[in-house]
Structures are given as structure tokens and as C-alpha cells.
Design a protein around this ligand. Structure first.
Ligand code: PLP
Length: 427
């Protein structure tokens, strides 16, 4: 270790916090080296504890679609702060937020605010079980839905058999209620329903996967998933915590014209503060307490500061309609990466839509968890550090998505294309 401010902070953190971090992927374990600490962030730039400026492609793991510390969001938080930080009663911001969400995402007729994406998915699953009176759920290998017990299950080798806990501490009995299937493979879903008649409460899916790198659904796949759920009276839950408001105002469900029964939201909806939400058909949502028997609650849910930040972020999306511009940036990055890899003779796949993209070092088209895992993670780690050395910060894992913000337009994107091209040439 050097004696940099980041290294000193990390040494102290390691004594006090497991792995020195409050969320595992921040620890750089899959790319090697020690993480840097950030003391400030503006636009597309992170400023480290040592005063280095980095062009940021993590965007706080998705939320910062307007760039860091956007003046309008900052002003909205400051204005709310004048009136107090938490009331423990309903507040006006919650109503405005619910109006915005239901307008942006028409499949959501009623919504409940919570404090993280994990809470949103965990509660949506409970609600689906309460509504249908069934216990089993279907998820897809490689989809991440937060860290609650039923959802921390990935495919074992036999994808159609009962799940195995992906984390220690998840009771086998919970994992057995979670059926894990391969993404983008229509036949698997119908088979799962045939083998578990009348038992599956819901199918939860990231409609485009963002958590094993970026993998969009194939043509017609999501419609198929919708149809199979409808035919089996199971609820379809779109986990749009990452894709919601990012790929379109109405998320992937707008792009693909599919109506899920429930939708989970998070990340962008908090404008950089901790917020989650889930919502959907009114008769399902009305099963929640205080109207119905499915319990869900939160001391800080609908927090005025968080709502003010989120409302400002959503309104900026409506006013600015940045999606075409963001897609141009994403396409530009993708082209640059593909060209650089080709020139160097490296196997590479880029998957990109709008402001989300991933580079996989593999020859094989990436369409699901298994093909994503074929990407060369060691080569990615080298690429990651080559970029970081040159002032560009990518997600510190081969299996994460890069995010763009409107603040990347112009100088940042041009410089990043240069850096990534150089980094690939040096691999
Ligand atoms: C980030 C994420 C979550 C979890 O959200 P947290 O706020 O980290 O709890 C759930 N689902 C998806 C698709 C996510 O990307």
C-alpha cells in the first residue's frame, strides 16, 4: 500500500467494517487492488480523497442519470430540508411522487414507497404470495433482485431443479421455493409451470438484465413470459430498479409494450438518496396493510428529502427527454470498444441499449448467465486497471453494467473513448 489518503482511509476501514466497505462490490476484490475513496462528485466526475479526477461510468450504480450533484436536485433537497427531515406522518411530496410514477409507468395504478430496491422486491414477492395464495416463485439465473432470502438464489447446474442458496444463511427451505431458470429461453418457463401446477405465485425478472453485465431480452421473449404468467394465473413482476426511468421514462415495459402485474423501482427514483418503490394493479396493491392482510411498513418510507430529490430527478427526465441523446452516447462507446478490440484481435461482445452497456471478452454472443460467465474476467480486470490508471472509472467487476449520464456528453465521452481504446490496445 502507498500512503495515499485513500489507502489510509481503507486501512482504518478494514479494522472496523467487514472488508472495509458497506457493500461488497466496492471492495475491488474481483479486479484486485484497493478501492479509492471519493470525497466529492460533480457531473460525470468523481473526485477522490487524493484529489484525482475520474470520469465515472458507475454513476452510483445507476441512479445518477443526470450526473452527480445536479444543481436542480440539490436545490430541491435544500428546499425540503428547510421544512424538516422526517415527519412520521403522510407528507405532500409522497402524493406528488405517486402521481409522477403512475403517469410515467401506466401499469402502476397504485404504489408504495420504501427505502431501497431490496425492500421493493422483497415486498413485491410477499405481496404476490399473499395475493395468489401460492408459495413458489420463479427467477432467472444472473438476475439480481436485492439481498432478501428468497431472491439470493442462483441457478445450480440443473436449472430446473430446486434452487441452492447462493449465500450462506439462506435456509434451504426458502431456497427450495425459488425456481431458477435460464434467461432468454422460452421453453424453460413453460416447463417450470407444467412441473409445478398451481404452485407458482409469480415470475420476477429484470426485463433487461443489468446485473451480470448488460443483457437485453431477445425479440418476443418478454411477451412470451407475460403470456405464460397470464395462462397460469401467476403474477409477472418486472424488477425495473435499474432499468426504470433509465432506458425510457416508462422503463423496459414501455420499450417492449408489456404490462407486468407489479413493478419494482429504485435507484433513479431517489435522485441519489435511498428510495425504492413497488406498484401495480390496484386490486393487488390493495392487499397491502392497512387495507389488506399483507404487511409492509417503513419508519422512513416516503421521506420528504428523498421524495424531493426523486421528484426533481423524474421531472428533469420529463423536461429534458434525454433518451435519444443518451442512446447516441452509448452507441458511440460501444462502437469505440468493438473497434479497439477488433484492431487488437481480442474476442469481444458489446451489449448496449441507451445509457447502459457492457463489454464481455468472449467470442460467443452473450444472451444469458452462462454465456456472460464465458467472458474473460482476468482480461477485464486488466482492462479495468488500465482505464483507472488513465482516469476512467468502470464498475470494478466483469459482471456489471456501465452507466452513462447526460453529464457525459461532450468532453467526457470523447476522453473516455480515447482512454478505453488505448487501454484495449495495451492489453
Ligand atoms: C440494485 C438492484 C436491486 C437492489 O436495490 P438496492 O437499492 O441495492 O437494495 C434490485 N434489483 C435490481 C434489478 C437492481 O439493479
Amino acid at each position: 500500500m502507498t500512503n495515499s489518503a485513500s489507502d489510509q482511509l481503507f486501512a482504518r476501514a478494514l479494522q472496523l467494517m467487514p472488508g472495509g466497505v458497506n457493500s461488497p462490490v466496492r471492495a475491488f476484490r474481483s479486479v484486485g487492488g484497493a478501492p479509492f475513496f471519493v470525497k466529492a462528485a460533480r457531473g460525470a466526475t468523481l473526485i477522490t480523497a487524493d484529489g484525482r479526477e475520474l470520469i465515472d461510468f458507475v454513476c452510483t450504480w445507476g441512479p445518477a442519470i443526470h450526473g452527480h450533484n445536479h444543481p436542480v436536485i440539490k436545490a430541491a433537497i435544500a428546499a425540503a430540508l428547510e421544512n424538516g427531515t422526517s415527519f412520521g406522518t403522510p407528507n405532500p411530496y409522497e402524493v406528488e411522487m405517486a402521481e409522477l410514477i403512475t403517469r410515467f409507468v401506466p401499469s402502476i395504478k397504485k404504489v408504495r414507497m420504501c427505502n431501497s430496491g431490496t425492500e421493493a422486491t422483497m415486498s413485491a414477492i410477499r405481496l404476490a404470495r399473499g395475493f395468489t395464495g401460492r408459495d413458489k416463485i420463479v427467477k432467472f439465473a444472473g438476475c439480481y433482485h436485492g439481498h432478501s432470502d428468497s431472491l439470493l438464489v442462483k441457478a445450480g447446474s440443473g436449472a430446473l431443479t430446486h434452487g441452492h442458496p447462493d449465500s450462506a444463511g439462506v435456509p434451504q427451505a426458502f431456497a427450495q421455493k425459488t425456481i431458477v431458470l435460464p434467461f432468454n429461453e422460452p421453453a424453460a418457463l413453460a416447463t417450470a409451470f407444467a412441473e409445478n401446477p398451481g404452485e407458482i405465485a409469480c415470475v420476477i425478472i429484470e426485463p433487461y438484465i443489468g446485473n451480470i453485465g448488460f443483457i437485453p431480452a431477445g425479440a418476443g421473449y418478454l411477451q412470451h413470459v407475460r403470456d405464460v404468467c397470464t395462462a397460469n394465473d401467476a403474477l409477472l413482476i418486472f424488477d425495473e430498479v435499474m432499468t426504470g426511468f433509465r432506458l425510457a421514462k416508462g422503463g423496459v415495459q414501455e420499450l417492449e409494450n408489456i404490462k407486468p402485474d407489479l413493478t419494482c423501482l429504485g435507484k433513479i427514483i431517489g435522485g441519489g438518496l435511498p428510495v425504492g418503490a413497488f406498484g401495480g394493479r390496484a386490486e393487488i396493491m390493495d392487499m397491502l396493510a392497512p387495507l389488506g392482510p399483507v404487511y409492509q411498513a417503513g419508519t422512513l418510507s416516503g421521506n420528504p428529502l428523498a421524495m424531493a430529490a426523486g421528484i426533481a430527478a423524474l421531472k428533469l427526465l420529463e423536461e429534458g427527454n434525454p433518451y435519444v441523446r443518451l442512446d447516441t452516447l452509448g452507441w458511440q462507446m460501444g462502437e469505440a470498444l468493438v473497434a479497439a478490440a477488433k484492431k487488437k484481435g481480442l474476442p469481444a461482445q458489446v451489449r448496449q441499449i441507451g445509457s447502459m452497456f457492457s463489454l464481455f471478452f468472449t467470442d460467443e454472443p452473450v444472451r444469458d448467465c452462462a454465456t456472460a460467465l464465458k467472458g474473460d474476467a482476468k482480461l477485464f480486470a486488466k482492462f479495468f486497471h488500465a482505464c483507472l490508471d488513465r482516469g476512467v472509472y468502470l464498475p470494478p467487476s466483469a459482471y456489471e453494467t456501465c452507466f452513462l449520464s447526460t453529464a457525459h456528453e461532450g468532453a467526457a465521452i470523447a476522453r473516455a473513448c480515447e482512454v478505453m481504446t488505448e487501454a484495449i490496445a495495451g492489453l
